[in-house]
Design a protein around this ligand. Sequence first.
Ligand SMILES: NC(=O)c1ccc[n+]([C@@H]2O[C@H](COP(=O)([O-])OP(=O)(O)OC[C@H]3O[C@@H](n4cnc5c(N)ncnc54)[C@H](OP(=O)(O)O)[C@@H]3O)[C@@H](O)[C@H]2O)c1
Length: 185
Amino acid sequence: ILFSSISGLLGGAAQANYAAANTFHDALAHHRHTHNLPATSLAWGLWAHTSTLTADLTSVDQARIRRTGLRPLTADQALALFDAVAFGDAGLPLVVPTGLTSTAEAPPPLLRGVVRQTRRAARTASSAGSTPAAGFTGLTPEQRSAALLDLVRTEVATVLSHPHPHTIPPDRPLIELGLDSLTAV
Ligand SMILES: NC(=O)c1ccc[n+]([C@@H]2O[C@H](COP(=O)([O-])OP(=O)(O)OC[C@H]3O[C@@H](n4cnc5c(N)ncnc54)[C@H](OP(=O)(O)O)[C@@H]3O)[C@@H](O)[C@H]2O)c1
């Protein structure tokens, strides 16, 4: 039994190296299966119980995780899932024990079949997704600047869990607002 993380499957802000290391576990389990050797990689979602690993998660991190539709597992739930895998006979190379909400603001593509995107978020994404540029045609240059500022502020506020997007100062570098290049992407 290998302890891996769902971040290897979904990615996660500032977790590129962690994601890669966990995917190695998942791949090792697959590799062993091709040689008829036992192995199951458990790609855990977040546990509610704070560990050394999760002690540094801030409320902003927690909010970002919630927006993806992941819900922390209680220890009882996690242990029951562990038992189901360890003492079950499915013999799968990869199992993803995680808590999920039924709807979320920004479910990653892999979860979209099980976590519905909330309607408000879906609308924002689809109006922005049908290329923001399309919405800008027909606007005057001044209106375009305002619409673009509004779009960037909305996106930045979502990532930072900022409650008042319109107060985000447009002349302040994103890095000073707490966005590094990865969160910006
Ligand atoms: N907690 C979560 O929500 C979560 C979610 C997804 C995946 N996971 C995965 O689950 C596993 C456990 O996570 P955790 O949150 O319980 O982490 P943790 O609190 O940091 O515990 C890690 C454990 O690994 C031991 N350890 C670290 N380096 C070691 C080494 N070189 N040799 C032997 N033991 C070593 C530590 O021992 P010491 O205490 O002696 O240092 C500690 O007992 C990790 O693989 C993590 O990626 C956790």
